[in-house]
Design a protein around this ligand. Structure first.
Ligand SMILES: C[S@@+](CC[C@H](N)C(=O)[O-])C[C@H]1O[C@@H](n2cnc3c(N)ncnc32)[C@H](O)[C@@H]1O
Length: 248
């Protein structure tokens, strides 16, 4: 049997956001590898052998998946949203770089998924309709000064922001510091959105302003959107226009 490995983005929650390509790969796989909640909540039609592991062991999981593929298995490594955005795809390539030389010759493909920001933005209208930046506030994998510098640059450029990993149970200060930095430069009236569990049973969307973001509402299942100075409301929708009034 000739093995392969596919890194599969499952979408941000609901099965309706699992692409037909991702579903087909999962159905062909002999093994599914991933973080416990993703592996445990796969569609019922997936009969592959399941290898679930916890948080923080991404490289070990990736190496184990590459090993299975090298042994001839058809392996789907699953990730929430899109696997290439703060997901397992980078871990696979890092494990490949650090691991056995023959892993580089394996049949590996990344299957795109719907990332959380696309699902959240669509719920609201078009808040990311013009230039925007994506940033993770987690200083677990990168130092805080790097995050601060990037937030400052995005703020200087008047980009709308999609903020992943804004807070967790133990990581609360980073969000407060990020909000303080943004409030120095952007008006308190700037539109802000707390989008939680998008596409899941507990979905909630709270539209507020930068000055009034309630950090207590924000957790690791939340995506935060901060508008640019052009982001505005129309009826119940939010959008950022694709043009500037003073364009040439
Ligand atoms: C490690 S990142 C993974 C992102 C994922 N690969 C993606 O493309 O959406 C986890 C962060 O994604 C965001 N996120 C993922 N799914 C979400 C959802 N359904 N609703 C809101 N935010 C979500 C949250 O900010 C969460 O802390």
């Amino acid at each position: 049997m000739s093995g392969w490995l596919r890194v599969v983005g499952l979408g941000p929650g609901s099965e309706k956001w699992l692409t037909p390509e991702a579903l087909a790969v999962l159905q062909e796989a002999t093994d599914v590898v991933g973080y416990v909640p993703y592996v445990e909540n796969l569609p019922a039609s997936i009969t592959a052998e399941k290898h679930a592991s916890g948080n923080g062991v991404e490289l070990e999981r990736a190496a184990a998946a590459l090993r299975l593929a090298a042994a001839g298995r058809r392996v789907a490594v699953v990730s929430g949203g899109d696997a290439g955005i703060f997901g397992m795809a980078s871990a696979i390539f890092e494990a490949m770089e650090k691991g056995e030389p023959q892993w580089r010759e394996l049949d590996v493909e990344v299957i795109p998924g719907l990332t959380a920001l696309l699902a959240a933005a669509a719920k609201l209208g078009a808040p990311l309709g013009h230039d925007f930046c994506v940033i993770s506030l987690s200083d677990y994998l990168k130092p805080w000064p790097v995050i601060e510098k990037r937030l400052q640059a995005a703020s200087d450029g008047d980009f709308a922001l999609a903020i992943y990993n804004p807070a967790s149970k133990t990581r609360r200060d980073q969000l407060l510091q990020a909000l303080a930095l943004l409030r120095k430069q952007r008006s308190d009236d700037t539109i802000a959105v707390i989008a939680k569990d998008i596409g899941r049973a507990d979905e909630s969307v709270s539209i507020t302003s930068l000055g009034e973001v309630d950090a207590a509402q924000v957790d690791m299942r939340t995506l935060l959107i901060i508008g640019s100075s052009h982001t505005r409301r129309v009826g119940r929708f939010i959008y950022t226009p694709r043009y500037y009034e003073d364009r040439p």
